[in-house]
Design a binder for this molecule. Structure first.
Ligand SMILES: *Cc1c(COP(=O)(O)O)cnc(C)c1O
Length: 345
């Protein structure tokens, strides 16, 4: 079998949620947008619901509809993109709570779905989503008359604890919301770790649940093992892979493994990428192809049957560093061609 195996530890996801919940002074939701960061919201969300998560966040209403089918009635499902044109039936039928981002969204919502629950998203400085100070000042009384389920904002730099943007945004959020009779939420994973000043009533962790930074104490969640298809000996002067970008300087034993950039093993990981065969670190040789990668197994007594790309030795953030990206992108890039196996839960 040449199919690589992606093992996902649901118990680790629950452990990470509980660990963040213990650090958080408010309630703890779970962000399962983008199919639970690529790990399958249909597998992840029910396990978190059983562990005690009562509120889930998705990016768009369509994700919320799919999640409602999985979770059934009960848990609150909130939609970051708010109420977009065409969303009314989805929000109503799946009982979703839109985080309204603008006056236009507020008008659309109260007109299309009077009495339907809503939340408010404020911009405290990130300039991505949410009402700005002046807009909020104009709408505040009307909005509060709708009894919002949540008033929230999002931090731009919470993965950098010493960044001045964090206290600035916290102060801006307080200024916009102090004295309001509604639950408040500012923190995602990074915000929980910044401490109680940032916790308010509800936190919305995502990446920390899935084992990524900035939650440094997270339990690893994903394990990726890739089978070896072929092994060959390469003489000095011979090249490996596209573009001849790696040339042997000494006799080298090369294993070709069955995964590539079509599986989310980003080509940009380039010359720094390694895999593990047992406890032996093996360098990736030359370019990562669509379906194949060459690795140096010269140091091994016998060629391995498979190698580990993600697991005990290297995390999503290790791979992210090689590719100049973040663990979030490694996770959401993991492809559809793996044999996915879920453990625990
Ligand atoms: C994605 C997202 C989160 C979760 O962030 P993490 O850094 O993954 O914990 C929380 N809130 C908003 C608005 C988001 O877009």
């Amino acid at each position: 079998m040449a199919q690589a195996e992606l093992n996902i530890d649901l118990d680790a996801i629950v452990g990470n949620w509980r660990a963040l919940d213990r650090q958080n002074t408010g309630k703890t939701a779970a962000v399962v947008k983008a199919d639970a960061y690529g790990l399958d919201a249909a597998r992840v969300a029910p396990v978190l619901a059983r562990a005690g998560a009562r509120r889930f966040f998705v990016a768009i209403a369509e994700e919320g509809v799919a999640l409602r089918r999985v979770l059934g009635p009960g848990p609150e499902i909130c939609v970051f993109s708010g109420h977009m044109a065409g969303d009314a039936a989805l929000l109503r039928d799946a009982d979703l709570v839109p985080m309204l981002n603008s006056i236009d969204q507020m008008l659309r919502h109260v007109e299309a779905l009077p009495g339907h629950p809503l939340g408010i998203q404020l911009d405290s400085g990130m300039n991505r989503l949410g009402m700005e100070t002046a807009e909020w000042a104009a709408l505040r009384d009307i909005a509060m008359a709708q009894r919002p389920r949540l008033v929230m904002s999002h931090l731009a730099c919470s993965d950098e604890p010493d960044h001045a943007m964090n206290p600035d945004q916290c102060a801006a959020f307080r200024e916009m919301t102090d004295g309001l009779d509604a639950p408040r939420s500012l923190a995602a994973t990074g915000g929980i770790l910044l401490g109680p000043d940032y916790h308010f009533d509800l936190a919305r962790p995502g990446i920390g649940l899935y084992g990524g930074l900035p939650f440094i104490d997270a339990r690893p969640v994903v394990y990726l093992d890739i089978p070896v298809i072929q092994v060959r000996d390469v003489a000095p002067g011979e090249s490996v892979g596209y573009g001849n970008s790696w040339i042997a300087r000494k006799p080298t034993r090369v294993a070709t493994i069955s995964a590539g950039y079509a599986d989310g093993v980003l080509r940009a990981m380039g010359p720094e990428a390694h895999v593990y065969a047992g406890e032996t670190r093996c360098k990736v040789l030359g370019r990562i192809s669509m379906d194949l990668i060459a690795v140096d197994v010269t140091a091994l007594a016998a060629p391995p049957e498979q190698v580990e790309l993600l697991g005990r030795h290297q995390s999503i953030d290790t791979l992210a560093d090689w590719a100049g990206t973040i663990g979030y992108e490694i996770l959401t890039s993991l492809g559809a061609r793996y044999a996915r196996r879920y453990h625990g839960g």
